[in-house]
Design a protein around this ligand. Sequence first.
Ligand code: FUL
Length: 485
Amino acid sequence: MKRRFFIVLFLITVIRVTGAEKETQVTVPQPVYPLPTDRQLAWHEMEQYAFIHFTTNTFTGKEWGFGDEKEDVFNPSKLDVNQWIKVVKAAGLKAIVLTCKHHDGFCLWPSQYTDHSVKNSKWMGGKGNIVKLVADACHQSGLKFGVYLSPWDRNRKDYGSPSYVEYYRNQLRELFTLYGPVFEMWFDGANGGDGYYGGAREKRKIDASKYYDWPTTLNLVRKMEPNIVFFSDAGPDVRWVGNESGYAGETNWGNITSDSIYAGKSGIESLLNRGDEDGKSYIPAEVDVSIRPGWFYHAEEDNKVKSPEKLFEIYLSSVGRGSNLILNIPPDRRGLLHENDVKSLMGWRKIIDQAFKTNLALHAQVSSDTHRGNSTLYAGSNVSDGNKDTYWATADNITQGELIISLNGEKMINYITLQEYIKLGQRVKEFTISVWAGNSWKEISKGTTIGYKRIVKVDPIKTDRVKISILNAKASPLISTIEIY
Ligand code: FUL
């Protein structure tokens, strides 16, 4: 009897010890390469910001200035950068990327390397500096500042020869030393060929992949601004999404192989739009789109400003598909964001605030059919704890799993937001969403990739339980957040 008692006690202890060991021995999931860098992760968190297109085009009515515009035409009558900041902030945008120089070559700051700038315009008697005004106002108000400096320059006489590349680099040195910090640098891939070119008025063709010698230029900027992200067709930090209409692919991988997408190559739009599951680098897409048909302000487009509803649709197909949205709002000839644009932006903000007001999943009870090492470290509850650094994970060999979120009673649901813990690589390839419909599960949506964020809009439905099923993944799925609205 006594012996038996000791054997039972011994067994209980062994089971307890192995249980506890299991808990502590459970390993962190292996990364699935390629991984995002810290600066890309910080960029993801920004989600949406403003693009500001402003140059002589605003006053000549063009979209692409030829390069022969007189400096005098640039003359905003009531420029107020603080109005821009106020609107941008109220719209929930986190930064401004400014066209410091567009293809026409006119510089919005008094560059020491050219006369083709604000210093020779009538505006403020040649003493004005738009870049400084915007950079300072952004930094003072907690917005980030980004630089667009068109590589193609239709004004410069030496465009196409090596001295122009030196000119371009000198301007970058100037901008980054005088107006930083800069969070993003936008390298436009456009190169239309013809231009003024110091009076030559001819067509010039360059081989974009060689002429600019990008590695040297990027190195130079990176030294001045180590945390900057570079946008271009090919990255290296952020890629173009392949269209200017406001949507990333329904399937959207951050991964892509960059040597297949160098700037200037045509026919790669759909690859840029969707990325590549097996891509060798992590280069997520940024969605650039204008609130108006054109990138620059034209009075005749005052009634063609995108509606709040259209902007919300764009939000769902950009931020809602794991990309960042850079929304262009061009100032008018007064130097103000036009009333119609402001009205649309405020309406858009209202829709977003309304749609994502109460997260029904926050701190909700979550159960899963499987989780890594049976450890609470990787339990389903991590997706509803409001902490993006904890996540639900399965064992290494398991690429499927279910999470059931119990709501506090029956609720009407419209949107479900899913996020992967992408620090260890993007993984999910296929998922479904179901709701409990009285006595069985009803599938209401299915999708492919999740990535940094996926917002799924569903037909409004009442339920007290939502099930997320991961059907396929590159490796064990890691889900950090589920929100339900
Ligand atoms: C394009 C440019 O040609 C447009 O003018 C605009 O700047 C847009 C953002 O990029 O490539």
